[in-house]
Design a protein. Structure first.
Length: 249
């Protein structure tokens, strides 16, 4: 199977990639159209964690005339991405699958399902757990002479970044388990790499989250838990060593 794939010209892979990207764009576009009719409601739901912590009478503002319009467009686009996640992940794994053996291709359906599940779980974790703590921290700088005036554009940029970031990092157990299934990583390797992984998690969290310790820890800690889950998944589903190789060890 892999030998046959090696004979496929590079241009054919580019053509397949282009086709799959087009399908993803169409899926996001359909999600955008479906979401646009509910843009105000979606933005209201998105801002609920912040609104619940603001003082009575405080509001989210917009500082430019077209800001509200474009913010609603971006909200619908973000919702479109969320709705298209199963299609996007399916196209991604289908692009990877041709290089796998037939027995490995059977994992496609559960992988797509689990990928979607982990992505949504990560986004919900960010929304229900991280947002309240993060917003409470930022609003804590308010005083009698300092009043927070969050704008629609800034809030959307901030929240969208965190939602997508947490959705992606929650894919870690699935990715590492899949690599272990292919024999590219082992349980021993993952165990020995714990301390390096921990350092990378905090660096990664510092890049993706706002510059405050609270949200950085709230991303790094789940990553540590997910890494341990990855080790369990690699032990259960990882590629087993041949008996003679195990004996030699």
């Amino acid at each position: 199977m892999i030998d046959e794939q090696a004979k496929i010209p590079f241009t054919a892979h580019l053509e397949e990639l282009r086709h799959r990207l087009i399908v993803c764009f169409i899926a996001v576009g359909i999600g955008f159209v479906l979401s646009y009719g509910f843009k105000e409601k979606l933005f209201q739901i998105l801002t609920r964690p912040l609104i619940s912590l603001m003082q009575t009478g405080d509001k989210i503002i917009f500082t430019g005339l077209p800001e509200a319009f474009f913010t609603y467009l971006k909200v619908a686009f973000l919702s479109g991405i969320m709705l298209a996640v199963p299609v996007i992940l399916y196209q991604f794994w289908m692009f990877v699958v041709p290089g796998l053996y037939d027995k490995e291709r059977r994992l496609l359906v559960p992988i797509v399902f689990l990928s979607s599940f982990f992505f949504i779980a990560g986004s919900l974790f960010g929304y229900f757990i991280v947002f309240p703590f993060g917003f409470k921290f930022f609003l804590g700088f308010a005083s009698e002479t300092i009043q927070p005036l969050p704008s629609m554009r800034e809030y959307l940029s901030f929240s969208a970044k965190l939602l997508l970031a947490f959705g992606l990092v929650f894919e870690l157990p699935l990715v590492l388990t899949f690599l272990a299934k292919l024999g590219l990583v082992s349980v021993d390797f993952l165990k020995k790499s714990r301390k390096y992984a921990l350092l990378l998690f905090f660096i990664f969290s510092a890049i993706l989250t706002p510059p405050d310790v609270v949200t950085q820890i709230m991303m790094a800690f789940p990553l540590m838990v997910l890494y341990e889950i990855s080790i369990i998944g690699a032990r259960i589903f990882g590629k087993k060593k041949p008996d003679n190789e195990s004996d030699s060890d």
